[in-house]
Design a protein around this ligand. Structure first.
Ligand code: TXE
Length: 511
């Protein structure tokens, strides 16, 4: 145990040396072909925490070849669902047994608070369990209605080799929204975590081996979008890409996959509204608005970054949000009490600060925060509230990905829905009202993949997640999550003598 600079006790000491990692290719831990390495500093503490082999294009090719071999010849895609489920359950159990190790790694690399990191790892373990259950229930369809001479079967087959590319904001949770479902279907994979947060993905590699996953089924490459991610998308031996990240890179993924016409699944950005009507349970809404925007320092695709508040209560409610936001404990993410940690890196910090400055210039009013705060040299940013925002400002249109709330007002439910839909994104939304008609009618008209009524940012493995419009393509989670990693094959089985002769029945044919 060590103390942070304010004299409080950290849950662990800061590492004296960075943890070192290799790449996992075909079941072997290896250096990059060109022996390059890169490292990572904790954004909250400024100390080196990770030192990773840096994959290049040659390593990507080797990993894809291993995944291809494992898919085409290996046992994994041919195992019974029950056998695959057993491995996935063992992984879930192993993650649960090492929650603290995973959580500390995530804190050091991402800057998120330890309490939150533990909950995320536990939630991720649950996704492995859920995917295990789907491995046994994945099934196709049959048609016994096509006449006596025909039986139609619809088979589900694993799609093949899947490239999985993940971001830094929820490194292990987002990985677990993809990988166990691909494995449940029988696919093999190449995984590239964000260059900022590869640790927990690489640690998982060790657990996968211990759980008995055959070599080559999961290959893990720490490295950069270019060239590694790019190669993982373009390579002709890859059948599908599952990507979570920025909308800009999402579009580049679609372009890069076009040459080989791969299936692409995208989970991208959001500019999610929380609509609060005057008749809502305002205490509950207040808590959820503050949670919705400052959780994970706002580095969250689901961030409730736009508060749409009914004019009759706008001033009082905004004042209450500001009061509540002042109480959010920002600081060292290794303290149990911290609720908001550090921004992930200087570039992201500068991007957020740029949006705040631009909003002021455009005529909005920064009523809280907006400045760097302590402790030490960490990249901490004050919870920020920006009032008098209008719908066409960049702060109301673009993903800031920081602890910044924009306040916009409306009079009528129609106006609220119109404002909610007035962005290029469509990931999620929250609606707060005690009136069932208002709630359900708004929910129906909001263009978003998830709408929370009198709640915000709850998630369940059972419920699909993904975006409308430029927030993505396809859905993760839910009972169809495994199907996303399959191809459909139609099997038409003719029974008995031929019945549909093209040139007439030959005379010699007696039956
Ligand atoms: O994301 P990138 P960045 C948004 C958020 C944030 C912005 C930038 O607004 O401010 O994106 O973050 C890999 N081919 N989100 O730059 O670049 C990259 O290595 C293949 C929203 O970190 O999209 C990483 O593994 N891969 C988001 C992953 O893509 C490429 C979460 C995501 O990085 C690549 C994170 C390329 N050409 C950021 N370029 C969400 N939806 O939650 C990069 N990558």
């Amino acid at each position: 145990m060590t103390l942070d600079i304010s004299g409080q006790t950290r849950v662990v000491s800061l590492p004296e040396a960075p943890r070192t990692w290799q790449l996992l290719i075909d079941g072997k831990w290896t250096e990059a072909a060109d022996r390059r390495r890169f490292d990572r500093q904790s954004p909250a503490h400024g100390v080196l925490v990770g030192d990773y082999a840096q994959a290049g294009a040659a390593d990507a090719d080797a990993a894809i070849a291993a995944a291809r071999r494992a898919f085409d010849h290996g046992p994994w895609s041919h195992l019974k669902g029950a056998e695959r489920a057993a491995v996935l359950r063992r992984v879930g159990e192993a993650v649960r047994n090492r929650i603290e190790e995973f959580a500390v790694l995530e804190v050091l690399e991402s800057g998120k608070p330890i309490v939150q990191a533990r909950a995320e790892i536990a939630g991720a373990a649950d996704l492995w369990d859920y995917a295990a259950s789907l491995a046994r229930t994945l099934h196709g369809d049959s048609y016994n209605t096509l006449g006596d001479d025909m039986l139609g079967l619809v088979l589900r087959e694993p799609i093949g080799v899947v490239s999985i590319i993940t971001p830094w904001n929820f490194p292990f949770l987002i990985l677990s929204q993809k990988l166990p479902f691909a494995l449940a279907a029988g696919c093999t994979t190449v995984v590239k975590p964000s260059e900022l947060t590869p640790g927990t993905t690489l640690l998982l590699g060790q657990l996968l081996q211990e759980a008995g996953l055959p070599d080559g089924v999961v290959n893990i490459l720490a490295g950069y979008g270019n060239p590694v991610g790019q190669r993982m998308i373009e390579h002709p031996d890859v059948d599908m890409v599952s990507f979570t990240g920025s909308t800009g890179v999402g579009k580049a993924v679609v372009r890069a996959s076009a040459e080989t016409l791969k299936k692409v699944s995208l989970e991208l950005g959001g500019k999610n509204p929380q609509i609060v009507f005057a008749d809502a349970d305002l205490e509950a809404a207040l808590d959820a608005v503050v949670f919705g925007v400052y959780f994970n320092a706002g580095e969250c695709c689901n961030s409730g970054s736009r508060l749409l508040i009914q004019k009759s209560i706008a001033e009082d409610f905004t004042a209450a949000v500001i009061e509540r936001a002042r109480k959010v404990l920002v600081g060292d993410p290794l303290l149990e009490t911290t609720r908001v940690g550090s921004i992930v890196n200087q570039a992201q910090f500068d991007k957020i600060r740029g949006y705040i400055d631009d909003a002021s210039t455009a005529g909005a009013v920064v009523r809280l925060g907006g400045r760097r705060t302590g402790p030490g040299s960490g990249l901490f940013l004050e919870p920020t509230v920006i009032d008098r925002v209008s719908a066409n400002m960049a702060i109301a249109q673009e993903e800031v990905f920081g602890p910044v709330l924009s306040v916009l007002t409306f009079d009528t439910p129609d106006e609220a829905v119109e404002l909610a839909n007035k962005t290029l994104f469509g990931l999620s939304a929250g609606v707060w009202t005690r009136d069932m008609d208002t709630a359900v009618q708004a929910a129906r008209r909001i263009q978003a993949g998830t709408v929370w009524l009198n709640s915000f940012m709850d998630g369940y493995p059972e419920l699909p997640f993904g975006g409308f419009k430029q927030s993505g393509l396809g859905r993760e989670l839910g009972r169809f999550a495994v199907e996303d990693y399959t191809e459909t094959k139609t099997l038409q089985m003719h029974l008995g003598p031929r019945t549909n002769w093209w040139l007439g029945k030959p005379a010699a044919t007696t039956t």
